[in-house]
Ligand binder design. Structure first.
Ligand code: 16G
Ligand code: ZN
Length: 547
């Protein structure tokens, strides 16, 4: 039939590389850009099929995030704006690895049948395409367009060079029948940020040096976009560096700063004491840091501490909102708030969150797992230590807040409770509900610091990180390591966990786990203890057990 010949014809233009096995992994396909044309083409097909299946818009993003500039990658945004549903990942793997056009078409036909997708029905499909600033992006974009065009009723809409979270935001907005262009994104962020600033308590303003923020844009798309956002905010206190003139991710960016804990390119002793932040290559991660005198290492304020700041602020607003409230009414208004971490969260941050009385839950590494868990709460906050995270508000709770806000508007306009409700509503608009977003996260951190009247140093004192060490170990087969309980326990090889436990027992505050990486061919080791020497020693001895 027509659909089959269309697929056969277009797919024959994109042959897969020989001898390379591709895997959708934690966050899409990633490889050297020269290997990816056929993969991106095929993911274009997948994104179109996903749109047909759901009757909603999907997204396709071309990026390799914090990886080196010669790499690239591709991932799909589901209609919710979140990650591709996990049960389609095996299909992604199988089509990416199909050796030729006819086997590809066979796989597609079998899948379409299994999923009950009507290729010759009346439904139409739409896929929003985005890419980061990598030079390989434009040719890969063409491959994605061809992939979408291989499904007869599908159209691709090129959103241009965007951050990963912008594309996810657009997909979500579009499916909620909201305006979904880039200017709409900026308008929503800047509007809600301004609302939060107007609600900053009198007398909270910090000293003028604390007012300046210097941002490392990783020489990627985020730096460029932050310049635009900044001009819309009329903000003169944000200075953007590494906004695209240097080499992407080369000695710069959130991943580098968080892993190496050294001063990124473009920063020097003149910046000592200033509040600094770093975005990653596609602007879905954010960390803060500051320089100290005579030290090439930085003080890192990581995703865990951003989470602590957000949790504290939200909790404060909730307690004001629930104060003096008629108990019979308040039952329905009491938000169930939860925080979601992975095993990489510093033990001190978990202690701190529990101390605040919050419910802390753990999931395996990877945004898809954290996001799914956080969505179970009225307000779910998730963060990975590496700086990826956001705050999710349930639809029910948002409409409950809107009702409360309207009531308070007429009964006690301008009261503390009214302000608390307005602040929470603004947070829900500012913070990206689709996926972690460095730009919206940064504006929320800035607004909260102003609210509390805090410097980055005061914020950093919320708790003290336990010393930790991360190592990677090359092994013959990393998938021989199988974990459970959010990656905290090794279940295979048998007996390995017992030996690790025996090592851990030798250290004060010792904690250690291993897991196969989802993005590199290694097993990762994480260790924590009360001194740096102990953390190092624990990591090293466990790494030996893995080798
Ligand atoms: C990916 C994940 C990130 C995770 C990292 C772990 C997304 C969008 N990104 O970058 O969340 O922390 O992988 O890498 O899910 P690893 O498995 O190599 O340790
Ligand atoms: Zn990223």
């Amino acid at each position: 039939d027509e659909q089959r010949s269309l697929l056969l014809e277009l797919s024959s233009r994109f042959s897969p590389p020989q001898g390379v096995k591709l895997s959708y992994g934690t966050a899409g396909f990633r490889a050297d850009a020269s290997l990816l044309e056929s993969t991106v083409y095929r993911v274009g097909i997948l994104a179109a099929l996903r749109s047909l299946k759901t009757g909603a818009v999907t997204g396709l993003m071309i990026t390799a995030s914090h990886n080196q500039i010669s790499d690239n990658g591709v991932k799909v945004a589901d209609p919710s704006g979140g990650m591709l549903t996990q049960h389609w990942e095996p299909f992604a793997d199988s089509i990416a690895n199909a050796p030729d056009s006819s086997s590809l078409v066979q796989l597609i036909e079998a899948f379409v049948k299994k999923e009950n997708i009507l290729l010759d029905g009346k439904d139409v499909a739409e896929v929003l395409l985005g890419r980061d600033t990598r030079p390989s992006g434009s040719s890969l974009l063409e491959a994605a367009k061809q992939g979408v065009a291989s499904i007869a009723r599908a159209t691709a809409v090129d959103m241009g060079v965007v951050t990963t979270p912008q594309l996810h935001w657009m997909v979500r907005a579009k499916n909620k029948c909201m305006e979904a262009s880039e200017p709409n994104y900026y308008a929503q962020l800047s509007g809600s940020f301004r609302c939060l600033l107007e609600l900053v308590p009198q007398g909270s303003l910090t000293s003028s040096t604390d007012d300046k923020l210097v941002v490392d844009g990783s020489d990627g798309v985020g730096g460029e976009k932050l310049e635009t956002l900044k001009s819309m905010l009329n903000d003169t206190t944000i200075e953007v560096r590494n906004s695209g003139n240097g080499v992407l991710n080369d000695g710069v960016g959130a991943d580098y700063v968080q892993k190496e804990k050294v001063v990124p390119r473009g920063f020097d002793t003149a910046d000592v004491g200033l509040r600094c932040a770093s975005l990653d290559g596609d602007a879905d991660r954010l960390v803060y840091f500051f320089l100290e005198p005579n030290n090439t290492r930085i003080q890192l304020v990581d995703g865990d501490k951003i989470m602590a700041l957000f949790a504290l602020f939200i909790q404060e607003q909730l307690s004001v909102l629930n104060k003096n409230e008629d108990l019979t009414v308040s039952r329905s208004h009491q938000a169930r708030i939860g925080v979601v971490q992975t095993a990489y969260a510093n033990g001190a941050s978990t202690q701190y969150l529990k101390h605040l009385g919050l419910e802390v839950v753990f999931t395996p590494t990877g945004v898809k797992h954290l996001h799914e868990k956080a969505a179970e709460f009225d307000i779910g906050i998730y963060f990975e230590a590496n700086g990826h995270g956001t705050i999710l508000f349930s639809e029910t709770y948002i409409s409950c807040l809107e009702d409360m806000n309207n009531d308070l508007q007429s009964t006690s306009r301008g009261s503390e409770r009214h302000k608390a409700a307005s602040r929470l509503l603004s947070v829900g608009k500012l913070i990206n509900q689709a996926v972690g977003d460095a730009l919206s996260g940064l504006l929320l951190v800035e607004a909260i610091l102003k609210h509390f009247g805090w410097s980055i140093h005061r914020w950093n004192e919320l708790y003290h990180d336990l010393p930790s060490r991360q190592l990677k170990v090359k092994v013959a087969d990393r998938y021989a390591v199988v974990t459970a309980n959010a990656e905290t326990v090794v279940v295979k090889p048998l007996g390995l966990q017992e030996v690790i436990d025996a090592e851990i027992a030798k250290y004060n505050h010792g904690r250690c786990f291993i897991r196969p990486s989802g993005t590199e061919d290694v097993v990762r080791v994480y260790a924590e203890a009360n001194t740096q020497e102990s953390a190092d020693a624990l990591a090293n001895s466990v790494a030996k057990l893995v080798e």
